[in-house]
Design a binder for this molecule. Structure first.
Ligand code: NAD
Length: 299
């Protein structure tokens, strides 16, 4: 059993912390929202009233926060992790944030004498609840080995992606593929409709042809062909368009910083921005099909 501090008990952090409790670990949790802390305590965790408390309480401290600024603040502020964690504690940030912040915080942690990993996840809230997340991990190999049994209580696939920041790099590269391919699939279904080709027929052909991809076969944006996809429940998420926009923006930020040419990544980011600006940020990201089919449909 490990003692674990957990900071950020939101949609993802709450079920992840609950799975650590289920696995027999002693988990002390903190969130700015006191209801979230109470919910963890009701499941057998311990409630903390500041970030310093779980920081000092854990062999391992895990953070699951919204974005880079919150991660910087929780790690680097006076009352934060680097100032309050035990020197032998292992720090794991599971938030999805920009590569630059991930590397800067990891460098500050190293300088202060800590082992740290960036370990963003994919699999969404359902994966967090089922302890079937995929972890993409950046940091030193020995530190990765130390973290593996803990991550295994929250996820099924745990991949070492290389040095600090590479977990975030893997996450945004993967989601850039997904954002672009979802739009491509939506455009194909829209064109098929106008050409008088049934959605099911296109699906039957493309799912066995060179157009095959995850956005088509697992997450089909058109109702019907894949019964479990969000298209069949009015695009209830799933993975929201706002989250996809966040990840596409992070990819664009990284592309800018490295002078990488990503015209389709840029177009996908702009397209999701338009969708979110029209008030659809809370819909599943596959709902962008509605924007592509405009003006026939309303978002
Ligand atoms: P969320 O907004 O539900 O949870 C974030 C939590 O952090 C909130 O409860 C908030 O109160 C807390 N918080 C913010 N600042 C804090 C601080 N200074 N101290 C303590 N707590 C603080 O977000 P989420 O959906 O749980 O996502 C968390 C991270 O995981 C994000 O980076 C997101 O991009 C990533 N992610 C989310 C999903 C998903 O499907 N929700 C999937 C993969 C990755």
């Amino acid at each position: 059993m490990a003692t674990i501090g957990f900071i950020g008990l939101g949609n993802m952090g709450a079920p992840m912390a609950a799975n650590l409790v289920k696995a027999g670990h002693q988990v002390t949790g903190f969130d700015l929202v006191s209801k979230a802390v109470a919910a963890l305590a009701a499941k057998g965790g311990r409630a903390a009233t500041s970030a310093a408390e779980p920081a000092g309480a854990g062999d391992i401290v895990i953070t699951m926060l919204p974005a880079g600024p919150q991660v910087r603040s929780v790690y680097l502020d006076e009352g934060g992790l680097l100032a309050n964690a035990r020197r032998d504690a292992l720090l794991i940030d599971c938030s999805t944030i920009d590569v630059e912040t991930a590397r800067a915080v990891a460098a500050a942690a190293k300088e202060a004498g800590f082992d740290m990993l960036d370990a963003p996840v994919s699999g969404g809230v359902a994966g967090a609840e089922a302890a079937s997340l995929t972890f993409m991990v950046g940091g030193e190999a020995e530190v990765f080995a130390r973290a593996q049994p803990i991550l295994a209580a929250m996820g099924r696939t745990i991949v070492h992606a290389g040095p600090a920041g590479n977990g975030q790099a893997a996450k945004i590269c993967n989601n850039m593929i997904l954002g672009i391919s979802m739009i491509a699939v939506c455009e194909a279904f829209s064109l098929a409709e106008r050409l008088g080709l049934k959605a099911q027929t296109l699906f039957d052909i493309s799912s066995k042809s060179s157009g095959q991809c995850w956005a088509l076969t697992s997450y089909c944006p058109v109702p019907g062909p894949v019964p479990a996809s969000p298209a069949n429940r009015d695009y209830a998420p799933g993975f929201t368009a706002s989250m996809m926009l966040k990840d596409l923006r992070l990819a664009q930020q990284a592309a800018g910083a490295t002078a990488t040419v990503t015209p389709l990544g840029a177009a996908a980011a702009n397209f999701y921005q338009l969708f979110v600006d029209e008030g659809a940020g809370g819909l599943d990201f596959s709902g962008i099909y509605r924007l592509i089919r405009k003006p026939q449909s309303k978002i």
